[in-house]
Design a protein around this ligand. Structure first.
Ligand code: SF4
Length: 71
């Protein structure tokens, strides 16, 4: 299974839960704490953290889409 991630920086309230849940995938801008997506299609071992980040985000700024891998 492959996941694709979209973040909506205009919704982000800089709570930082996403970075705690998946630090390899999310970061925060130094100047205002708004989310930065480091990897829009992360490896399998990151998926659990990514789903947790989407659930924890208080402003629903993270969208995770699952897609079957193309053969
Ligand atoms: S958890 Fe949501 S609101 Fe908080 S920094 Fe991440 S994207 Fe922004």
């Amino acid at each position: 299974m492959r996941v694709n991630i979209d973040v909506d920086q205009s919704r982000c309230v800089a709570a930082g839960h996403c970075v705690s849940a998946a630090p390899e995938v999310f970061d925060q801008r130094d100047e205002d704490g708004v989310v930065v997506l480091l990897d829009e299609a992360p490896a399998e071992h990151e998926h659990e953290g990514v789903r947790e980040a989407a659930l924890l985000c208080p402003s629903a700024a993270i969208a995770v889409r699952e897609a079957e891998r193309r053969l």
